[in-house]
Design a protein around this ligand. Structure first.
Ligand code: M6R
Length: 607
Protein backbone atom coordinates (compact mmCIF):
# COMPACT_ATOMS: atom_id res chain seq x y z
CA UNK A 1 0.00 0.00 0.00
CA UNK A 2 1.16 3.60 0.48
CA UNK A 3 1.19 6.16 -2.30
CA UNK A 4 4.31 7.60 -3.85
CA UNK A 5 4.85 10.59 -6.13
CA UNK A 6 7.72 12.38 -7.82
CA UNK A 7 8.14 15.51 -9.92
CA UNK A 8 10.88 16.97 -12.09
CA UNK A 9 10.35 20.05 -14.27
CA UNK A 10 10.34 23.82 -14.17
CA UNK A 11 7.49 24.42 -11.71
CA UNK A 12 7.66 24.54 -7.91
CA UNK A 13 7.39 20.87 -6.95
CA UNK A 14 5.76 21.12 -3.51
CA UNK A 15 2.17 21.93 -4.54
CA UNK A 16 2.31 19.32 -7.30
CA UNK A 17 3.59 16.65 -4.91
CA UNK A 18 1.10 17.47 -2.16
CA UNK A 19 -1.80 17.56 -4.58
CA UNK A 20 -0.70 14.25 -6.11
CA UNK A 21 -0.49 12.72 -2.63
CA UNK A 22 -4.00 13.92 -1.88
CA UNK A 23 -5.22 11.90 -4.86
CA UNK A 24 -3.37 8.88 -3.48
CA UNK A 25 -4.49 9.31 0.11
CA UNK A 26 -6.88 6.40 -0.40
CA UNK A 27 -3.78 4.17 -0.44
CA UNK A 28 -2.75 5.11 3.09
CA UNK A 29 -3.17 8.05 5.38
CA UNK A 30 -1.36 7.63 8.68
CA UNK A 31 1.57 9.92 7.87
CA UNK A 32 3.04 11.71 4.89
CA UNK A 33 6.12 13.56 3.71
CA UNK A 34 7.98 15.23 0.88
CA UNK A 35 11.64 15.78 0.02
CA UNK A 36 12.82 18.59 -2.25
CA UNK A 37 16.22 19.26 -3.67
CA UNK A 38 17.05 22.95 -3.68
CA UNK A 39 20.34 24.74 -4.08
CA UNK A 40 22.59 21.93 -2.84
CA UNK A 41 20.29 20.88 -0.01
CA UNK A 42 17.73 18.16 0.50
CA UNK A 43 14.80 19.57 2.47
CA UNK A 44 12.56 16.98 4.06
CA UNK A 45 9.17 17.64 5.64
CA UNK A 46 7.23 14.82 7.20
CA UNK A 47 4.49 14.52 9.72
CA UNK A 48 2.18 11.98 11.31
CA UNK A 49 -1.55 12.07 10.46
CA UNK A 50 -3.47 12.81 7.31
CA UNK A 51 -2.38 14.79 4.29
CA UNK A 52 -3.93 17.96 5.66
CA UNK A 53 -1.18 17.94 8.31
CA UNK A 54 1.50 17.82 5.64
CA UNK A 55 -0.32 20.50 3.70
CA UNK A 56 -0.31 22.71 6.81
CA UNK A 57 3.39 22.08 7.33
CA UNK A 58 4.40 22.82 3.75
CA UNK A 59 2.12 25.89 3.64
CA UNK A 60 4.01 27.20 6.65
CA UNK A 61 7.55 26.21 5.64
CA UNK A 62 7.10 26.81 1.88
CA UNK A 63 9.79 24.38 0.67
CA UNK A 64 11.35 25.38 -2.64
CA UNK A 65 12.63 23.24 -5.48
CA UNK A 66 11.64 21.97 -8.91
CA UNK A 67 12.48 18.34 -8.22
CA UNK A 68 11.04 16.30 -5.38
CA UNK A 69 9.44 13.12 -4.12
CA UNK A 70 6.55 12.43 -1.75
CA UNK A 71 4.78 9.66 0.15
CA UNK A 72 1.55 8.91 1.99
CA UNK A 73 1.86 5.93 4.31
CA UNK A 74 -0.14 2.93 5.43
CA UNK A 75 1.97 1.49 8.24
CA UNK A 76 3.35 -2.02 7.95
CA UNK A 77 6.75 -1.97 9.68
CA UNK A 78 6.68 0.46 12.57
CA UNK A 79 3.77 2.42 14.01
CA UNK A 80 2.46 5.61 12.41
CA UNK A 81 4.93 8.25 13.59
CA UNK A 82 6.98 11.07 12.11
CA UNK A 83 10.30 9.14 12.21
CA UNK A 84 8.67 6.16 10.48
CA UNK A 85 7.11 8.27 7.76
CA UNK A 86 8.78 8.65 4.37
CA UNK A 87 10.94 9.96 2.71
CA UNK A 88 13.84 8.10 4.32
CA UNK A 89 17.43 9.23 3.96
CA UNK A 90 20.79 7.48 4.01
CA UNK A 91 23.17 7.92 6.93
CA UNK A 92 25.24 10.49 5.01
CA UNK A 93 22.05 12.38 4.04
CA UNK A 94 22.76 12.17 0.32
CA UNK A 95 20.23 9.57 -0.84
CA UNK A 96 16.51 9.94 -0.22
CA UNK A 97 13.85 7.38 -1.01
CA UNK A 98 10.09 6.87 -1.00
CA UNK A 99 8.85 3.30 -1.09
CA UNK A 100 5.60 1.41 -1.55
CA UNK A 101 5.77 -2.29 -0.70
CA UNK A 102 7.63 -4.47 1.77
CA UNK A 103 11.32 -5.35 1.85
CA UNK A 104 11.12 -8.87 3.24
CA UNK A 105 14.82 -9.34 4.02
CA UNK A 106 15.29 -5.93 5.65
CA UNK A 107 16.26 -7.34 9.08
CA UNK A 108 19.28 -9.12 7.72
CA UNK A 109 20.26 -6.16 5.52
CA UNK A 110 19.85 -3.78 8.46
CA UNK A 111 22.16 -5.87 10.65
CA UNK A 112 24.78 -5.97 7.90
CA UNK A 113 24.55 -2.21 7.38
CA UNK A 114 24.71 -1.52 11.13
CA UNK A 115 27.87 -3.63 11.35
CA UNK A 116 29.37 -1.29 8.74
CA UNK A 117 28.47 1.75 10.82
CA UNK A 118 25.22 2.83 9.18
CA UNK A 119 22.67 4.49 11.45
CA UNK A 120 18.92 3.99 11.50
CA UNK A 121 16.33 6.45 12.74
CA UNK A 122 13.13 4.50 12.05
CA UNK A 123 11.59 1.07 12.57
CA UNK A 124 10.76 0.71 8.88
CA UNK A 125 11.92 -1.83 6.34
CA UNK A 126 12.41 1.02 3.85
CA UNK A 127 15.33 2.69 5.59
CA UNK A 128 17.71 -0.04 4.44
CA UNK A 129 17.21 1.11 0.84
CA UNK A 130 18.82 4.60 0.95
CA UNK A 131 21.61 3.15 3.09
CA UNK A 132 22.25 0.36 0.62
CA UNK A 133 22.31 2.92 -2.20
CA UNK A 134 24.87 4.94 -0.23
CA UNK A 135 26.89 1.77 0.29
CA UNK A 136 26.71 0.85 -3.41
CA UNK A 137 27.33 4.37 -4.75
CA UNK A 138 30.46 4.82 -6.76
CA UNK A 139 29.69 7.92 -8.81
CA UNK A 140 26.71 6.43 -10.71
CA UNK A 141 23.28 6.63 -9.08
CA UNK A 142 21.57 4.36 -11.59
CA UNK A 143 24.20 1.70 -11.05
CA UNK A 144 23.93 2.02 -7.25
CA UNK A 145 20.16 1.51 -7.49
CA UNK A 146 20.65 -1.56 -9.71
CA UNK A 147 23.10 -3.09 -7.23
CA UNK A 148 20.71 -2.33 -4.38
CA UNK A 149 17.78 -3.95 -6.16
CA UNK A 150 19.77 -7.15 -6.57
CA UNK A 151 20.00 -7.33 -2.78
CA UNK A 152 16.30 -6.79 -2.05
CA UNK A 153 13.64 -9.43 -1.59
CA UNK A 154 10.00 -8.40 -1.58
CA UNK A 155 7.78 -5.87 -3.28
CA UNK A 156 8.74 -2.33 -4.07
CA UNK A 157 8.03 0.75 -6.08
CA UNK A 158 10.85 3.18 -5.29
CA UNK A 159 11.71 6.72 -6.25
CA UNK A 160 15.23 7.89 -5.44
CA UNK A 161 16.49 11.48 -5.26
CA UNK A 162 20.11 12.28 -4.47
CA UNK A 163 22.18 15.38 -3.76
CA UNK A 164 25.01 13.63 -5.61
CA UNK A 165 23.09 13.69 -8.92
CA UNK A 166 20.30 16.15 -8.25
CA UNK A 167 19.06 16.56 -11.82
CA UNK A 168 17.35 13.18 -11.97
CA UNK A 169 14.86 10.84 -10.37
CA UNK A 170 15.59 7.12 -10.47
CA UNK A 171 12.60 4.88 -10.11
CA UNK A 172 12.07 1.13 -10.16
CA UNK A 173 9.23 -1.35 -9.62
CA UNK A 174 8.72 -4.94 -8.53
CA UNK A 175 5.21 -6.09 -7.55
CA UNK A 176 4.02 -2.57 -6.63
CA UNK A 177 2.43 -0.26 -9.18
CA UNK A 178 4.28 2.69 -10.70
CA UNK A 179 3.52 5.03 -13.58
CA UNK A 180 5.37 7.94 -15.15
CA UNK A 181 3.35 10.89 -16.44
CA UNK A 182 4.80 12.58 -19.52
CA UNK A 183 4.47 16.37 -19.70
CA UNK A 184 6.26 19.05 -21.75
CA UNK A 185 9.71 19.30 -20.17
CA UNK A 186 8.26 17.94 -16.93
CA UNK A 187 7.62 14.45 -15.65
CA UNK A 188 5.53 12.97 -12.88
CA UNK A 189 5.89 9.69 -11.00
CA UNK A 190 2.99 8.13 -9.12
CA UNK A 191 1.52 4.93 -7.76
CA UNK A 192 -1.71 5.56 -9.64
CA UNK A 193 -3.16 7.63 -12.45
CA UNK A 194 -5.42 10.06 -10.47
CA UNK A 195 -2.27 11.65 -8.99
CA UNK A 196 -1.10 12.93 -12.36
CA UNK A 197 -4.33 13.23 -14.32
CA UNK A 198 -4.54 16.98 -13.84
CA UNK A 199 -1.18 17.43 -15.59
CA UNK A 200 -1.11 14.86 -18.35
CA UNK A 201 -3.01 11.96 -19.87
CA UNK A 202 0.08 10.29 -21.34
CA UNK A 203 1.86 7.75 -19.19
CA UNK A 204 4.33 4.93 -19.16
CA UNK A 205 3.17 2.00 -17.03
CA UNK A 206 6.28 0.35 -15.61
CA UNK A 207 6.40 -3.44 -15.53
CA UNK A 208 8.02 -5.53 -12.84
CA UNK A 209 11.80 -5.47 -13.10
CA UNK A 210 11.85 -2.17 -14.99
CA UNK A 211 13.44 1.10 -14.00
CA UNK A 212 13.45 4.65 -15.30
CA UNK A 213 15.93 7.47 -15.10
CA UNK A 214 14.01 10.71 -15.45
CA UNK A 215 15.63 14.08 -16.23
CA UNK A 216 14.12 17.30 -17.57
CA UNK A 217 15.17 16.07 -21.02
CA UNK A 218 13.22 12.83 -20.96
CA UNK A 219 12.73 9.34 -19.60
CA UNK A 220 15.16 6.47 -20.15
CA UNK A 221 13.60 3.08 -19.56
CA UNK A 222 15.53 -0.11 -18.93
CA UNK A 223 15.28 -3.41 -17.14
CA UNK A 224 16.99 -3.73 -13.77
CA UNK A 225 19.43 -6.03 -15.53
CA UNK A 226 20.44 -3.15 -17.83
CA UNK A 227 18.63 -3.86 -21.11
CA UNK A 228 16.89 -0.99 -22.89
CA UNK A 229 13.10 -1.00 -22.82
CA UNK A 230 10.98 0.38 -25.63
CA UNK A 231 7.49 1.07 -24.31
CA UNK A 232 4.28 2.41 -25.82
CA UNK A 233 2.84 5.57 -24.29
CA UNK A 234 -0.49 4.74 -22.65
CA UNK A 235 -3.23 7.31 -23.25
CA UNK A 236 -5.57 7.66 -20.26
CA UNK A 237 -9.15 8.25 -21.31
CA UNK A 238 -10.40 9.46 -17.92
CA UNK A 239 -11.74 12.93 -17.46
CA UNK A 240 -9.74 14.70 -14.68
CA UNK A 241 -13.09 15.54 -13.00
CA UNK A 242 -13.61 11.83 -12.35
CA UNK A 243 -11.00 11.97 -9.63
CA UNK A 244 -12.61 14.99 -7.88
CA UNK A 245 -15.49 15.05 -5.39
CA UNK A 246 -17.62 17.16 -7.73
CA UNK A 247 -19.81 18.78 -5.07
CA UNK A 248 -20.45 15.63 -3.01
CA UNK A 249 -19.44 15.51 0.66
CA UNK A 250 -17.50 12.31 0.14
CA UNK A 251 -16.08 10.28 -2.71
CA UNK A 252 -18.16 7.32 -1.55
CA UNK A 253 -21.41 9.20 -2.04
CA UNK A 254 -20.22 10.52 -5.39
CA UNK A 255 -19.28 7.01 -6.46
CA UNK A 256 -22.67 5.63 -5.38
CA UNK A 257 -24.29 8.30 -7.54
CA UNK A 258 -21.93 7.49 -10.42
CA UNK A 259 -23.11 3.87 -10.51
CA UNK A 260 -25.70 4.30 -13.27
CA UNK A 261 -23.04 5.87 -15.51
CA UNK A 262 -20.48 3.24 -14.53
CA UNK A 263 -22.96 0.48 -15.45
CA UNK A 264 -23.63 2.16 -18.79
CA UNK A 265 -19.91 2.27 -19.52
CA UNK A 266 -19.57 -1.33 -18.44
CA UNK A 267 -22.18 -2.61 -20.90
CA UNK A 268 -21.26 -0.25 -23.74
CA UNK A 269 -20.42 -2.19 -26.89
CA UNK A 270 -20.85 -5.55 -25.17
CA UNK A 271 -24.57 -6.26 -25.47
CA UNK A 272 -26.05 -7.09 -28.79
CA UNK A 273 -29.69 -8.25 -29.06
CA UNK A 274 -29.50 -11.69 -27.54
CA UNK A 275 -25.76 -12.09 -27.14
CA UNK A 276 -22.75 -10.71 -25.27
CA UNK A 277 -19.45 -9.77 -26.82
CA UNK A 278 -16.14 -9.11 -25.06
CA UNK A 279 -13.15 -7.69 -26.93
CA UNK A 280 -10.68 -9.85 -25.06
CA UNK A 281 -12.54 -13.08 -24.30
CA UNK A 282 -13.00 -15.56 -27.13
CA UNK A 283 -13.92 -18.96 -25.77
CA UNK A 284 -15.43 -21.39 -28.27
CA UNK A 285 -17.93 -24.09 -27.32
CA UNK A 286 -15.18 -26.66 -27.85
CA UNK A 287 -12.79 -24.83 -25.54
CA UNK A 288 -15.50 -24.50 -22.91
CA UNK A 289 -16.09 -28.25 -22.99
CA UNK A 290 -12.58 -28.61 -21.64
CA UNK A 291 -13.39 -26.85 -18.36
CA UNK A 292 -15.06 -28.89 -15.66
CA UNK A 293 -14.95 -26.18 -13.02
CA UNK A 294 -14.80 -22.42 -12.57
CA UNK A 295 -12.78 -21.03 -9.69
CA UNK A 296 -13.36 -17.40 -8.68
CA UNK A 297 -10.58 -15.82 -6.61
CA UNK A 298 -10.65 -12.35 -5.06
CA UNK A 299 -10.56 -10.42 -1.78
CA UNK A 300 -13.07 -8.33 0.16
CA UNK A 301 -15.81 -6.78 -1.90
CA UNK A 302 -14.43 -8.33 -5.08
CA UNK A 303 -14.79 -11.73 -3.37
CA UNK A 304 -18.41 -10.96 -2.53
CA UNK A 305 -19.06 -10.06 -6.16
CA UNK A 306 -17.71 -13.52 -6.90
CA UNK A 307 -20.38 -15.07 -4.67
CA UNK A 308 -22.99 -13.45 -6.93
CA UNK A 309 -20.92 -14.66 -9.90
CA UNK A 310 -21.18 -18.22 -8.63
CA UNK A 311 -25.00 -18.08 -8.58
CA UNK A 312 -25.13 -16.50 -12.03
CA UNK A 313 -22.64 -18.83 -13.74
CA UNK A 314 -24.08 -21.97 -12.17
CA UNK A 315 -27.61 -20.96 -13.12
CA UNK A 316 -27.01 -19.72 -16.65
CA UNK A 317 -24.01 -21.77 -17.78
CA UNK A 318 -24.39 -24.84 -15.54
CA UNK A 319 -20.69 -25.08 -14.68
CA UNK A 320 -19.80 -25.80 -11.03
CA UNK A 321 -18.20 -22.76 -9.44
CA UNK A 322 -16.02 -22.45 -6.37
CA UNK A 323 -15.37 -19.02 -4.89
CA UNK A 324 -12.31 -18.58 -2.77
CA UNK A 325 -10.69 -15.80 -0.78
CA UNK A 326 -7.36 -15.24 -2.54
CA UNK A 327 -5.31 -15.18 0.66
CA UNK A 328 -6.52 -18.73 1.40
CA UNK A 329 -6.46 -20.07 -2.15
CA UNK A 330 -2.80 -19.33 -2.71
CA UNK A 331 -1.59 -21.26 0.32
CA UNK A 332 -3.63 -24.41 0.17
CA UNK A 333 -2.48 -26.29 -2.89
CA UNK A 334 -5.71 -25.57 -4.77
CA UNK A 335 -7.21 -28.27 -6.94
CA UNK A 336 -6.74 -26.33 -10.14
CA UNK A 337 -5.40 -27.59 -13.45
CA UNK A 338 -5.75 -27.07 -17.18
CA UNK A 339 -9.41 -28.11 -16.91
CA UNK A 340 -10.15 -25.17 -14.61
CA UNK A 341 -11.32 -21.76 -15.74
CA UNK A 342 -10.17 -19.25 -13.12
CA UNK A 343 -11.70 -15.79 -12.75
CA UNK A 344 -9.58 -13.31 -10.77
CA UNK A 345 -11.54 -10.23 -9.69
CA UNK A 346 -9.98 -6.96 -8.53
CA UNK A 347 -10.77 -3.27 -8.70
CA UNK A 348 -7.17 -2.15 -8.30
CA UNK A 349 -5.58 -5.01 -10.19
CA UNK A 350 -2.73 -4.86 -7.68
CA UNK A 351 -4.09 -6.73 -4.64
CA UNK A 352 -1.13 -8.88 -3.61
CA UNK A 353 -3.12 -11.97 -2.62
CA UNK A 354 -5.23 -11.95 -5.78
CA UNK A 355 -2.17 -11.43 -7.97
CA UNK A 356 -0.31 -14.28 -6.27
CA UNK A 357 -3.38 -16.55 -6.66
CA UNK A 358 -3.60 -15.69 -10.34
CA UNK A 359 0.04 -16.69 -10.74
CA UNK A 360 -0.51 -19.89 -8.77
CA UNK A 361 -3.48 -20.77 -10.97
CA UNK A 362 -1.57 -20.11 -14.17
CA UNK A 363 1.38 -22.15 -12.92
CA UNK A 364 -1.04 -25.03 -12.43
CA UNK A 365 -2.19 -24.73 -16.04
CA UNK A 366 -5.52 -22.94 -15.56
CA UNK A 367 -6.85 -20.40 -18.03
CA UNK A 368 -7.35 -17.10 -16.17
CA UNK A 369 -9.88 -14.40 -16.98
CA UNK A 370 -9.42 -11.18 -15.00
CA UNK A 371 -12.35 -8.92 -14.15
CA UNK A 372 -10.60 -5.71 -13.27
CA UNK A 373 -11.00 -1.93 -13.22
CA UNK A 374 -7.48 -0.61 -13.54
CA UNK A 375 -6.19 -0.62 -17.08
CA UNK A 376 -2.61 -1.83 -17.33
CA UNK A 377 -2.54 -3.14 -13.74
CA UNK A 378 -0.60 -6.30 -12.93
CA UNK A 379 -3.70 -8.50 -12.72
CA UNK A 380 -5.04 -7.14 -16.01
CA UNK A 381 -1.74 -7.77 -17.73
CA UNK A 382 -0.96 -11.19 -16.34
CA UNK A 383 -4.34 -12.81 -16.99
CA UNK A 384 -4.96 -14.70 -20.23
CA UNK A 385 -8.10 -12.69 -20.91
CA UNK A 386 -9.34 -9.43 -19.44
CA UNK A 387 -12.79 -7.97 -18.92
CA UNK A 388 -12.48 -4.36 -17.81
CA UNK A 389 -15.11 -2.97 -15.45
CA UNK A 390 -14.91 0.48 -17.06
CA UNK A 391 -16.16 1.95 -13.77
CA UNK A 392 -13.74 4.90 -13.86
CA UNK A 393 -11.46 5.76 -10.93
CA UNK A 394 -12.74 4.61 -7.54
CA UNK A 395 -11.23 6.66 -4.73
CA UNK A 396 -13.27 5.87 -1.59
CA UNK A 397 -11.85 2.95 0.37
CA UNK A 398 -15.33 1.42 0.54
CA UNK A 399 -15.95 0.02 -2.90
CA UNK A 400 -19.32 0.73 -4.54
CA UNK A 401 -19.20 1.43 -8.25
CA UNK A 402 -16.47 -1.16 -8.77
CA UNK A 403 -18.63 -3.76 -6.99
CA UNK A 404 -21.72 -3.01 -9.03
CA UNK A 405 -19.78 -3.19 -12.30
CA UNK A 406 -18.16 -6.45 -11.15
CA UNK A 407 -21.70 -7.81 -10.82
CA UNK A 408 -22.52 -6.51 -14.28
CA UNK A 409 -19.43 -8.22 -15.71
CA UNK A 410 -20.35 -11.48 -14.00
CA UNK A 411 -23.88 -11.32 -15.38
CA UNK A 412 -22.60 -10.60 -18.89
CA UNK A 413 -20.02 -13.38 -18.60
CA UNK A 414 -22.63 -15.85 -17.38
CA UNK A 415 -24.85 -15.08 -20.37
CA UNK A 416 -21.80 -15.34 -22.64
CA UNK A 417 -20.88 -18.75 -21.21
CA UNK A 418 -24.49 -19.99 -21.25
CA UNK A 419 -24.93 -18.94 -24.88
CA UNK A 420 -21.59 -20.36 -25.97
CA UNK A 421 -22.49 -23.67 -24.36
CA UNK A 422 -25.84 -23.59 -26.13
CA UNK A 423 -27.77 -23.69 -22.85
CA UNK A 424 -29.52 -20.34 -23.09
CA UNK A 425 -32.39 -20.00 -25.53
CA UNK A 426 -32.32 -16.81 -27.61
CA UNK A 427 -35.53 -15.57 -25.97
CA UNK A 428 -34.09 -16.05 -22.51
CA UNK A 429 -30.85 -14.25 -23.27
CA UNK A 430 -32.78 -11.49 -25.05
CA UNK A 431 -34.90 -10.94 -21.94
CA UNK A 432 -31.86 -10.92 -19.65
CA UNK A 433 -30.00 -8.52 -21.91
CA UNK A 434 -32.95 -6.19 -22.13
CA UNK A 435 -33.21 -6.24 -18.32
CA UNK A 436 -29.45 -5.62 -17.99
CA UNK A 437 -29.85 -2.50 -20.13
CA UNK A 438 -32.58 -1.15 -17.84
CA UNK A 439 -30.50 -1.53 -14.69
CA UNK A 440 -28.62 1.83 -14.90
CA UNK A 441 -31.88 3.76 -14.93
CA UNK A 442 -33.33 1.60 -12.18
CA UNK A 443 -30.29 2.26 -9.98
CA UNK A 444 -30.88 5.98 -10.57
CA UNK A 445 -34.49 5.54 -9.39
CA UNK A 446 -33.44 3.69 -6.25
CA UNK A 447 -30.98 6.41 -5.29
CA UNK A 448 -33.60 9.08 -5.86
CA UNK A 449 -36.50 7.31 -4.19
CA UNK A 450 -34.92 5.58 -1.23
CA UNK A 451 -32.37 8.10 0.08
CA UNK A 452 -34.93 9.83 2.35
CA UNK A 453 -36.07 6.62 4.05
CA UNK A 454 -32.51 5.42 4.38
CA UNK A 455 -31.39 8.64 6.07
CA UNK A 456 -34.14 8.14 8.70
CA UNK A 457 -33.24 4.51 9.09
CA UNK A 458 -29.57 5.39 9.49
CA UNK A 459 -30.39 7.60 12.49
CA UNK A 460 -31.88 4.56 14.22
CA UNK A 461 -29.31 1.96 13.19
CA UNK A 462 -26.39 4.26 14.06
CA UNK A 463 -27.24 3.79 17.76
CA UNK A 464 -26.35 0.09 17.76
CA UNK A 465 -23.02 -1.71 17.89
CA UNK A 466 -24.20 -4.87 16.12
CA UNK A 467 -26.20 -5.52 12.98
CA UNK A 468 -27.21 -8.54 10.97
CA UNK A 469 -27.89 -9.07 7.28
CA UNK A 470 -29.85 -12.05 6.03
CA UNK A 471 -30.94 -13.40 2.68
CA UNK A 472 -31.31 -16.58 0.71
CA UNK A 473 -29.61 -17.54 -2.57
CA UNK A 474 -28.39 -14.46 -4.42
CA UNK A 475 -29.84 -12.27 -1.65
CA UNK A 476 -27.38 -13.86 0.75
CA UNK A 477 -24.52 -12.83 -1.56
CA UNK A 478 -25.80 -9.25 -1.44
CA UNK A 479 -26.13 -9.44 2.34
CA UNK A 480 -22.43 -10.30 2.54
CA UNK A 481 -21.50 -7.12 0.72
CA UNK A 482 -23.96 -5.10 2.83
CA UNK A 483 -22.39 -6.20 6.10
CA UNK A 484 -18.86 -5.44 4.88
CA UNK A 485 -19.86 -1.94 3.81
CA UNK A 486 -21.37 -1.21 7.22
CA UNK A 487 -18.41 -2.67 9.11
CA UNK A 488 -15.67 -0.88 7.27
CA UNK A 489 -16.95 2.67 7.45
CA UNK A 490 -19.23 2.81 10.50
CA UNK A 491 -17.23 0.39 12.71
CA UNK A 492 -20.42 -1.42 13.66
CA UNK A 493 -19.98 -5.13 14.09
CA UNK A 494 -22.04 -6.66 11.29
CA UNK A 495 -22.55 -10.19 10.07
CA UNK A 496 -24.36 -11.77 7.17
CA UNK A 497 -26.09 -15.13 7.31
CA UNK A 498 -28.06 -17.25 4.92
CA UNK A 499 -31.49 -16.54 6.40
CA UNK A 500 -32.13 -20.23 7.09
CA UNK A 501 -28.97 -20.45 9.16
CA UNK A 502 -30.13 -18.06 11.91
CA UNK A 503 -31.87 -20.80 13.86
CA UNK A 504 -28.61 -22.75 14.02
CA UNK A 505 -26.98 -20.26 16.35
CA UNK A 506 -27.00 -16.57 15.46
CA UNK A 507 -30.63 -16.14 16.54
CA UNK A 508 -29.30 -16.16 20.09
CA UNK A 509 -27.81 -12.72 19.41
CA UNK A 510 -31.10 -11.07 18.43
CA UNK A 511 -32.54 -8.86 21.13
CA UNK A 512 -34.74 -5.79 21.36
CA UNK A 513 -34.00 -3.24 18.65
CA UNK A 514 -31.06 -5.03 17.01
CA UNK A 515 -30.89 -3.94 13.35
CA UNK A 516 -31.51 -6.76 10.88
CA UNK A 517 -31.53 -6.16 7.14
CA UNK A 518 -33.43 -8.84 5.22
CA UNK A 519 -32.81 -8.93 1.48
CA UNK A 520 -35.79 -10.75 0.05
CA UNK A 521 -36.03 -10.72 -3.73
CA UNK A 522 -36.00 -14.41 -4.58
CA UNK A 523 -39.57 -15.64 -5.12
CA UNK A 524 -38.78 -19.33 -4.91
CA UNK A 525 -37.78 -18.92 -1.25
CA UNK A 526 -39.86 -15.90 -0.26
CA UNK A 527 -42.04 -17.88 2.20
CA UNK A 528 -38.98 -19.28 3.88
CA UNK A 529 -37.41 -15.83 4.17
CA UNK A 530 -40.65 -14.51 5.63
CA UNK A 531 -40.50 -17.20 8.34
CA UNK A 532 -36.99 -16.10 9.18
CA UNK A 533 -38.08 -12.45 9.36
CA UNK A 534 -40.83 -13.48 11.77
CA UNK A 535 -38.33 -15.38 13.91
CA UNK A 536 -36.26 -12.20 14.18
CA UNK A 537 -39.30 -10.00 14.88
CA UNK A 538 -40.44 -12.36 17.61
CA UNK A 539 -37.16 -11.67 19.42
CA UNK A 540 -37.44 -7.89 19.08
CA UNK A 541 -35.15 -7.34 16.06
CA UNK A 542 -35.78 -4.16 13.99
CA UNK A 543 -36.11 -5.51 10.47
CA UNK A 544 -35.57 -3.58 7.27
CA UNK A 545 -36.66 -5.46 4.18
CA UNK A 546 -35.20 -4.86 0.74
CA UNK A 547 -37.90 -6.17 -1.57
CA UNK A 548 -39.21 -5.83 -5.11
CA UNK A 549 -41.94 -3.21 -5.65
CA UNK A 550 -45.34 -4.74 -5.02
CA UNK A 551 -43.98 -7.60 -2.94
CA UNK A 552 -46.96 -8.49 -0.76
CA UNK A 553 -45.71 -11.62 0.91
CA UNK A 554 -43.06 -10.04 3.10
CA UNK A 555 -44.91 -8.33 5.91
CA UNK A 556 -44.25 -7.23 9.44
CA UNK A 557 -41.25 -5.05 8.48
CA UNK A 558 -40.09 -2.04 10.51
CA UNK A 559 -38.72 -0.42 7.36
CA UNK A 560 -39.39 -1.33 3.76
CA UNK A 561 -37.13 -0.38 0.87
CA UNK A 562 -38.42 -1.20 -2.57
CA UNK A 563 -36.42 -1.86 -5.69
CA UNK A 564 -37.88 -1.91 -9.22
CA UNK A 565 -38.69 -5.20 -10.90
CA UNK A 566 -36.17 -7.10 -13.00
CA UNK A 567 -35.22 -10.71 -13.75
CA UNK A 568 -34.76 -12.27 -10.33
CA UNK A 569 -31.22 -13.35 -10.97
CA UNK A 570 -30.19 -9.76 -11.71
CA UNK A 571 -31.61 -8.40 -8.45
CA UNK A 572 -28.18 -8.11 -6.79
CA UNK A 573 -27.33 -4.98 -8.78
CA UNK A 574 -30.43 -3.24 -7.46
CA UNK A 575 -30.61 -4.68 -3.95
CA UNK A 576 -27.10 -3.61 -3.04
CA UNK A 577 -27.73 0.08 -3.65
CA UNK A 578 -29.88 0.69 -0.51
CA UNK A 579 -27.30 -1.22 1.52
CA UNK A 580 -24.51 1.03 0.25
CA UNK A 581 -26.54 4.14 1.06
CA UNK A 582 -27.42 2.77 4.49
CA UNK A 583 -23.79 2.17 5.44
CA UNK A 584 -22.84 5.61 4.09
CA UNK A 585 -25.50 7.47 6.10
CA UNK A 586 -24.86 5.44 9.26
CA UNK A 587 -21.16 6.35 9.07
CA UNK A 588 -22.03 10.03 8.51
CA UNK A 589 -24.48 9.88 11.40
CA UNK A 590 -21.73 8.48 13.64
CA UNK A 591 -19.39 11.22 12.50
CA UNK A 592 -16.73 9.01 10.94
CA UNK A 593 -14.36 9.69 8.08
CA UNK A 594 -16.26 7.87 5.36
CA UNK A 595 -13.64 7.93 2.62
CA UNK A 596 -10.71 7.00 4.84
CA UNK A 597 -11.84 4.51 7.47
CA UNK A 598 -9.41 3.66 10.24
CA UNK A 599 -6.80 0.95 9.66
CA UNK A 600 -7.75 0.43 6.01
CA UNK A 601 -6.36 1.40 2.64
CA UNK A 602 -7.78 1.13 -0.83
CA UNK A 603 -5.16 -0.92 -2.55
CA UNK A 604 -3.78 -3.81 -0.49
CA UNK A 605 -0.43 -4.60 -2.04
CA UNK A 606 0.88 -6.45 1.01
CA UNK A 607 0.09 -10.04 2.00
O1 M6R B 1 -8.66 -3.82 -5.50
P1 M6R B 1 -9.37 -5.06 -5.09
O2 M6R B 1 -10.73 -5.17 -5.68
O3 M6R B 1 -8.58 -6.32 -5.37
O4 M6R B 1 -9.53 -4.95 -3.52
C1 M6R B 1 -10.03 -6.01 -2.76
C2 M6R B 1 -10.41 -5.55 -1.37
O5 M6R B 1 -9.31 -5.06 -0.69
C3 M6R B 1 -11.50 -4.47 -1.40
O6 M6R B 1 -12.63 -4.89 -2.10
C4 M6R B 1 -11.91 -4.08 0.03
O7 M6R B 1 -12.57 -5.14 0.65
C5 M6R B 1 -12.78 -2.82 -0.01
N1 M6R B 1 -12.35 -1.91 1.00
C6 M6R B 1 -14.22 -3.10 0.21
O8 M6R B 1 -15.00 -1.95 0.22
Amino acid sequence: MCGIVGYIGEQEATPILVEGLKKLEYRGYDSAGVALYNDGNMDIFKIVGKLENLEGLTDKEKPKGTIGIGHTRWATHGKPSTPNSHPHTSTNGKFTVVHNGIIENYMQLKEELKAKGYEFKSETDTEVVPNLIQDNYDGDLEEAVRKTIEMLKGAYALVVLSTEEPEKLVTVREDSPLIIGLGEGEYFVASDIPAILKHTDEVYILDDGEMAVITRNGVELSTVTGNNVDKDVFKVDWDPGMAEKGGFDHFMLKEIHEQPEALRRSIAGRLNGDSVHFDNVNLTAKELEKYNKVYIIACGTAYYSGVVGKYAIEKLARIPVEVDVASEFRYREPLVDEKTLVIAVSQSGETADTLASLREARDRGAHVIAICNTVGSSIAREADDIIYLNAGPEIAVASTKAYITMLMCFYMLSIYLGKTKGLLEDDDSKKLISDLKRLPEQVEDIIENSTGTIKDLAKEYAKYEDAFYIGRLIDYAVALEGQLKLKEISYIHAEAYPAGELKHGPLALIEEGIPVVAVATQRSVIDKTLSNVKEVKARGGAVTGVVFEGEEDIEDLDYRIEIPGTSEILSAILAVVPLQLLSYYVAVQRGYDVDQPRNLAKSVTVE
